[in-house]
Design a protein around this ligand. Sequence first.
Ligand code: ZN
Length: 143
Amino acid sequence: MDHPRWAASSIGMFSVSSLIWNNVLPPKMQFFGWLMWKHKIKTSVFLQKIGVLTGGVSTLCYFCKEEEESVRHVLLHCPFVWNVWSSLLKWWGLQWVIPDSVAGLLSWWESGKLKKRERKIWKIVPVALWSIWKLRNDCLQRG
Ligand SMILES: [Zn+2]
């Protein structure tokens, strides 16, 4: 009987650590993947939660300024970010139901239902997530 095998893990099973540590991504992106998985990306909501942002500092998403800047919002659900995902998926000729969370996105990866071509495409998804976060930071620094 055939079953999917996750090549990044020595036992053939998906694990977040295999995604993060065995991936061929640069260390910066691997670390970002770990932070993303742990929901510790320094969004304004996170910074407020740990007491770095206080007082009247806005925790709204920098892109849309309509919702709180949570990890899942800024990387998946923000209308501006979703436009990027939609464009990428359309470009790749894929259909996708937006996952509810970043963990859901990573679970989609573990599903093993991807065809060979899709698996190649999927490898750049962490890069896309990193690029979205970098763009957010660049915009924030420019004001
Ligand atoms: Zn937004």
